[in-house]
Each structure stands twice: as structure tokens, then as C-alpha cells.
Design a protein around this ligand. Structure first.
Ligand code: CA
Length: 222
């Protein structure tokens, strides 16, 4: 999952980042309206967390632009506790939900999960392909009903691949999931891919490499 946080308060931005990253997400952030507006014109996210009071513009304007273009990316607006007018305007403009500041991280996580679920039209937090099943709430993966005991990075890799099961997950997206945005050794991702391949041996699933593009988790042809 790729989340965008548009928030100019560094403390709030940091706590959002810390809360969302362990959910197995890639979190990108902007502090200014102009940057976020430009990024959203050519980039897609699975969810946008949007502060309304930005130093160079109004979050509601950004939301309006998005919906006017027909972009239906779920938007969770972050409002002040007493900002009832903002909430109503936000929902009218097509926000999917709001969270009043200060908010608890538990509430934030629950809202984010619910929105992502809704947007993917899933009724629970499970992703599956063939014999493989992954519960994104507990972080537990099972193969033929048996729990796989996976280290954290393999869990994140597996979830990243499952979210795009049947299509190619870009290599960069997987690297960000596993290692954050720092410099990554050129074959670090391959090491984890090959570990996961070993675990999937005989399961009827495979991870195919698409050179220069990424990887695809798919069922083996019978
Ligand atoms: Ca603000």
C-alpha cells in the first residue's frame, strides 16, 4: 500500500509516519499544498491523509481538485477538534472520512484499515492467492492452512506481492517496503525474493522476475 500524508506539522507528520509504516505500508509525505498538488497530478496512492490547514493553501482545495479530475483515491481528512464546518465541507467535497486532532494512533490505524479495505472492496483484512493466505491485521501468513514463521521483511515482501497478485509489483515499491528510502544494495531485494521462493516451493505459487520492472506472484501453470 502506498499512502500519502499531507501535513505541515512535523510532530504530527512523524507520528503518522511511525504509526502507518508498521502496517506494512509505504508512506510518503508533503508539507505544502503546491508539492502535494503537483505530485497527485501524475502519481497514484492507495490512500491520502490530508491536513486542511497547509502553509500555502487549503487542503479542501486539494481535495476539490482531486475529485474534479475524477480521482477517487480515498481521502481521510485531519481536522481540528472543533472544526465541524471543515468536516462537513470536506465530506461534501468527497472526503471518505475524517479524524479530529488530537487523535489516538489506535483510532488512526483502525480508520486507515477500514478505508483501505473499503477501497479494495474487501470485507476483511485477508489477502490470498492459491494456497497462500495473509492476514494484514495479525501479519500472519499461512500456506495450506499452516502458519509460516516469517521474519518481518519477508512478511512485508509477501504482502507487497500479494497486494498486486497477478500483476507486476514494481521493484522500487518492494525496496521501499523492505528498506525504506535509504540507499539499498543492488541485490538486497533479490536475497529476500530468493528466501521467499524457497518457502513457496511446491506450493503451486511462484515469483517471476521481470527484468528492470519488478516481480509477479502468480500460480504455476498446471
Ligand atoms: Ca496544519
Amino acid at each position: 500500500m502506498r499512502l500519502l500524508v499531507v501535513e505541515d506539522d512535523p510532530l504530527i507528520a512523524r507520528s503518522l509516519n511511525q504509526a502507518l509504516t508498521p502496517l506494512g505500508n509505504t508512506v510518503e509525505g508533503f508539507t505544502r499544498y503546491a508539492e502535494a498538488s503537483a505530485a497527485l497530478r501524475h502519481d497514484r496512492f492507495d490512500l491520502i491523509l490530508l491536513d486542511l490547514g497547509l502553509p500555502d493553501g487549503d487542503g479542501l482545495t486539494l481535495l476539490g481538485e482531486l475529485r474534479e479530475r475524477g480521482d477517487t483515491t480515498p481521502v481521510l481528512i485531519l481536522t481540528a477538534r472543533d472544526g465541524i464546518d471543515d468536516r462537513v465541507r470536506g465530506l461534501d467535497l468527497g472526503a471518505d472520512d475524517y479524524l479530529a486532532k488530537p487523535f489516538s494512533l489506535a483510532e488512526l490505524e483502525a480508520r486507515v484499515r477500514a478505508l483501505l479495505r473499503r477501497s479494495q472492496q474487501r470485507t476483511d483484512n485477508r489477502l490470498s492467492l492459491g494456497a497462500l493466505c495473509f492476514d494484514s491485521t495479525s501479519g500472519v501468513a499461512t500456506l495450506n492452512g499452516e502458519a509460516l514463521d516469517l521474519p518481518r521483511r519477508e512478511v512485508r515482501l509477501l504482502e507487497g506481492l500479494l497486494l498486486h497478485a497477478g500483476s507486476i509489483t514494481p521493484r522500487e515499491m518492494l525496496e521501499n517496503r523492505l528498506f525504506g528510502f535509504g540507499d539499498v544494495g543492488s541485490n538486497a531485494l533479490e536475497v529476500y525474493i530468493s528466501r521467499l521462493r524457497k518457502r513457496l516451493q511446491g506450493s503451486g505459487l511462484r515469483i517471476r522476475t521481470f527484468r528492470g520492472l519488478g516481480y509477479r506472484l502468480e500460480e504455476e501453470p498446471r
